[in-house]
Design a protein around this ligand. Structure first.
Ligand code: ATP
Ligand code: MG
Length: 404
């Protein structure tokens, strides 16, 4: 009976000149996640996306839409011809989906077609009365009813829906440029990636590993975490950087207190080179202020000194508990707490400096072949697409009809 699913953009509709581009991108992204339902038609207009079901069941479609950034709310909708009898029947159907003894309801009608037979208040009354006569004992409640049935009378039909399902919010993926996510196997970096995606950034993932000190499982874990982010965006390029030589060399030649700082500087330098090669605009990491020695402001400023590229830290002011909550919501937590150590844990000395001095850092870096090691690490990177199992550009285009 549900004939379409409607998605509202929210924040998008206020984006001025960019709006059209944003909506087009959103339509493509939605077409991408629904691409194995060829019967659907997806239509975008100024403030809503209409996904016509053409016989498909709506539940799975709603679940997928809940993960698409740029959507504020989602409603399953019944579209009927413009007769009050049809509206009555559709309202009853929607109500029955949610009604249990004792629940209250209300009808909220709106008219875009001002010439239609009945006015808003009449529609509320007629349908309300039909419902109370049909379901014995049901009560109307104007303020905060359990079930609110919206009835929109438009030129091309009457659209009925119950209250909206919360969408993911944010901006559509691919509308904010490209950034490189430094992804470890920990709890924080996938959550940072999620927040970057939420604001429309297209991500590529960069991961440092140090075989044989780090296991194949640790590498696989970083890929699996990236795979979780794919669900919010589509395929992500995963870039694997060999880091063994650098870590061994630093451990051998650099005093303990500076190992962490110099290791981080090397990571950031390498990420920045890869970013430049691949036309990224920013670097994203999972740092949160004060969490560990490398995440004091003093450390961050000495580490960031290697580049002018914006280093975005979506988690900077979040408490660990709040980060964990999000990790659970996006289903990365269980993977993140698997015990495979990553390169930093294994090589980290007991007492890293929390307030490293740039002059000392530079003196220590002079003892090692920074340029040569960077060159070799870059030469050894390997690149893989994670999650490339469904998208076909041509199919998406056929599915998405742009009505802007
Ligand atoms: P996470 O839970 O994301 O590992 P963390 O609290 O353990 O974070 P650190 O290990 O100090 O913190 O790392 C800080 C950030 O540096 C990470 O969030 C990540 O962005 C980046 N990072 C750390 N290790 C790696 C790695 N092996 N590959 C790529 N990036 C890394
Ligand atoms: Mg870590």
């Amino acid at each position: 009976m549900i004939t379409e699913v409607m998605a509202r953009y929210g924040e998008l509709s206020t984006k001025g000149k960019n709006r059209k581009l944003f909506i087009k991108q959103l339509g493509k992204n939605v077409a991408y996640v629904l691409n194995d339902f060829p019967a659907l038609t997806i239509k975008a207009n100024r403030d809503r996306l209409h996904i016509e079901l053409n016989g498909e069941a709506y539940e799975e479609i709603v679940d997928r839409l809940k993960k698409v950034f740029g959507i504020q709310t989602i409603s399953p909708v019944i579209k009927v011809d413009k007769t009050i009898e049809q509206a009555n029947r559709a309202a009853l159907y929607l109500l029955n989906q949610e009604y249990k003894d004792g629940k209250t309801f209300k009808i909220t009608a709106r008219r875009a077609d001002h010439d239609w037979t009945f006015e808003t208040n009449e529609v509320n009354q007629i349908i309300g009365q039909f419902i109370t006569e049909t379901i014995p004992g049901i009560k109307v409640k104007m303020k905060k009813p359990d079930i609110n049935i919206r009835v929109e009378i438009r030129l091309d039909g009457i659209f009925l829906s119950t209250d909206s399902i919360q969408g993911a919010g944010g901006l559509p993926g691919g509308t904010s440029g490209k950034g490189m996510l430094m992804i470890s196997g920990g709890i924080d970096s996938p959550v940072a990636g999620y927040y970057a995606l939420k604001r429309g950034i297209e991500l590529e993932a960069v991961h440092f590993h140090s075989p044989p000190y780090t296991s194949p499982q640790a590498l696989q874990k970083a890929k699996d975490l990236t795979g979780k982010l794919v669900e919010f965006t589509g395929p992500i390029t995963f870039i694997e950087v060999p880091f063994t030589e650098i870590q061994e060399t630093i451990k051998k030649y650099v005093p303990q207190g500076y190992v962490m700082t110099i290791t981080r500087r090397m990571m950031l330098k390498l990420t920045d080179i890869i970013r430049a090669q691949r036309s990224g605009l920013a670097i994203i990491n999972g740092e949160s202020l004060g969490q560990v020695a490398s995440q004091t402001l003093e450390s961050m400023s000495v580490i960031s000194e290697v580049t002018n590229t914006p280093v975005l830290r979506p988690l900077i002011s979040m408490d660990k508990n709040d980060i964990i909550k999000i990790a659970e919501e996006i289903d990365t937590f269980d993977l993140s707490i698997l015990p495979y150590e990553d390169c930093c844990t294994i090589f980290s000395p007991p007492k890293p400096r929390t307030k490293p001095k740039l002059s000392h850092v530079l003196e220590n870096e002079a003892k090692i072949d920074v340029e040569g090691m960077i060159e070799r690490a870059i030469a050894g990177i390997s690149i893989e697409e994670i999650g490339l199992n469904q998208s076909k550009e041509t199919e998406q285009k056929a599915l998405f009809e742009d009505l802007l």
